[in-house]
Design a protein around this ligand. Structure first.
Ligand SMILES: Nc1ncnc2c1ncn2[C@@H]1O[C@H](COP(=O)(O)OP(=O)(O)OP(=O)(O)O)[C@@H](O)[C@H]1O
Ligand SMILES: [Mg+2]
Length: 300
């Protein structure tokens, strides 16, 4: 199962590129494509001009395109269904908490972000499609999400392990045989985290950074690449989107000139740079997206 993901600062064109690549590959190569967004305030549905929810639907009017978007409420609900009972079991085994603790935990910072990775992972592992195209939220959110993935489980399990040791809790746990050993559950969670990291670092994953030809965007993109590579996610391709063409207007031409200078820096720092001009319209719907795909052909 192949996975292509788009990462970058807010408003650089991640959603546009994701939707257009997914539409183009399904149309021209006959691929069965699943397009997912983990942006908590998604715009994918507007870009496709099709109503989307957390369960993938086949998008009318496209050849073989499936899509889903997970808004924050749906994600919390799904997290509660999937992990709520387990979390309650673990935490209530050493703290006096009621079931409402699960709601509290579901709202904890990072949980929704983290769970979205899990949802992408489930689809990836499920392997029902030829390709998954994944539109991630703006950079700060995505990076936080990856860091959480790395740190969350190890911190949590260390903390709990220590607590259990201190209280000699395991002994008593064994007597209460109806309860599962929380360490076993935590091990299962860690396996999931490992699986997710494996998906992200796998050869079949193509992460693509999307930037605009401005200096700040360049600096941030270089920083993102460093962070992702630190986690073993290798970046080869960057899209520099919305490049202005010279038009004879003094102010815009000065801007275009600055953009050309920044573009040189991108080219010096990245193996593969795909430049996309400002197309002069906001791509949405089948026709626009397939037209925009001209800029993405051969990218993966
Ligand atoms: N090459 C382009 N030419 C003109 N407009 C573009 C181009 N690429 C994207 N846009 C427009 O720029 C805006 C931002 O694009 P998009 O929503 O795809 O970015 P994003 O990175 O997903 O943003 P966010 O971080 O908010 O999710 C949209 O209005 C989109 O239509
Ligand atoms: Mg977006």
């Amino acid at each position: 199962m192949r996975l292509v993901s788009f990462w970058g600062k807010g408003g650089t064109g991640k959603t546009t590129c994701s939707a257009s690549l997914a539409a183009g590959l399904s149309e021209e190569e006959g691929k069965d494509v699943l397009l997912l967004t983990t942006d908590p305030t998604p715009t994918l549905s507007d870009v496709l001009k099709y109503s989307l929810g957390p369960a993938p639907v086949r998008v009318d009017g496209f050849r073989n395109l499936w899509a889903a978007q997970f808004d924050e409420e749906a994600v919390k609900r799904m997290w509660r269904e999937r992990f709520g009972e387990e979390v309650y079991e673990v935490v209530s085994s050493f703290l006096p908490v009621g079931r409402d603790f699960v709601d509290y935990a579901a709202g904890a910072p990072g949980i929704a972000d983290q769970f979205m990775l899990y949802l992408v992972y489930l689809h990836w592992r499920g392997g029902e499609h030829d390709l998954i195209v994944w539109d991630t939220p703006a950079s700060s959110g995505s990076m936080r999400l990856l860091r959480i993935e790395e740190e969350f489980y190890s911190h949590m399990s260390e903390a709990i392990r220590m607590y259990l040791r201190l209280r000699g809790f395991l002994k008593r746990m064994r007597r209460r045989s109806s309860l599962r050993n929380p360490l076993e559950l935590i091990e299962e969670w860690r396996d999931l985290a490992r699986g997710i990291l494996e998906m992200l670092t796998d050869e079949s994953h193509t992460p693509i950074l999307v930037a605009t030809p401005e200096r700040v965007s360049y600096l941030l993109t270089v920083r993102m690449r460093r962070e992702m590579e630190g986690m073993g996610i290798r970046i080869r391709t960057v899209i520099v989107n919305r490049l202005l063409r010279r038009c004879g207007c003094e102010e815009l031409d000065a801007m275009a000139k600055r953009q050309t200078d920044v573009l040189k820096e991108f080219k010096a720092s990245f193996d593969r740079v795909r430049v996309i001009e400002n197309v002069g319209f906001e791509p949405s719907g089948r026709e626009d997206l397939l037209r925009f795909y001209d800029n993405l052909r051969g990218l993966i």
